[in-house]
Design a protein. Structure first.
Length: 158
């Protein structure tokens, strides 16, 4: 009887380990952020901020960020965003008007509902943490990597 219990325990542990491995995301491909596709919106302090992401290939996701005044619709800021696979790694590239070149952030951690990008050499931000609730909400924590920054609470635009 003890051997059957032992076999059942081994099978259960093996299945649990396989399930855990299956839930881990591959941080070297864009599959890990497939949930990002679409348009995300947040409004606060009289501003509407949107991020729109579209998969264009297995190695590229193109994005755009915009900030507009809710009262007038005037655009007050924008950035071109891109996720790319290069050299077996995933990078987040942000191009804003005030920088002559895009700022790269490396994907340093991910799972089925989150992705963290870092560039500790950049002034601000140094860390971008995207966390998806599995449905219609996306929080983006923009920080210096030491806890100082802000969070954008996006909802998926229908």
């Amino acid at each position: 009887m003890r051997s059957i219990t032992g076999i059942i325990a081994v099978v259960a542990l093996t299945l649990a380990a396989q399930n855990a491995l299956a839930q881990e995301s591959d941080c070297t491909s864009l599959d890990t952020v497939s949930w990002l596709e679409g348009t995300w919106v947040t409004e606060s302090n009289g501003r509407r901020t949107t991020e729109t992401w579209a998969f264009v290939s297995d190695d590229t996701v193109e994005g755009e960020g915009r900030v507009t005044r809710i009262s007038t619709g005037e655009q007050t800021g924008s950035e071109t965003l891109r996720l790319v696979v290069m050299g077996g790694e995933v990078f987040y590239l942000a191009k804003i008007a005030s920088n002559p070149f895009p700022v790269p952030f490396a994907l340093v951690a991910c799972d089925a509902t989150s992705a963290t990008f870092e560039n500790m050499e950049h002034d601000f931000p140094r860390r971008l943490e995207y966390t998806w609730d599995g449905d219609q909400a996306l929080n983006v924590q923009v920080s210096d990597g030491a806890g100082n920054g802000f969070t954008l609470p996006f909802v998926r635009e229908r």
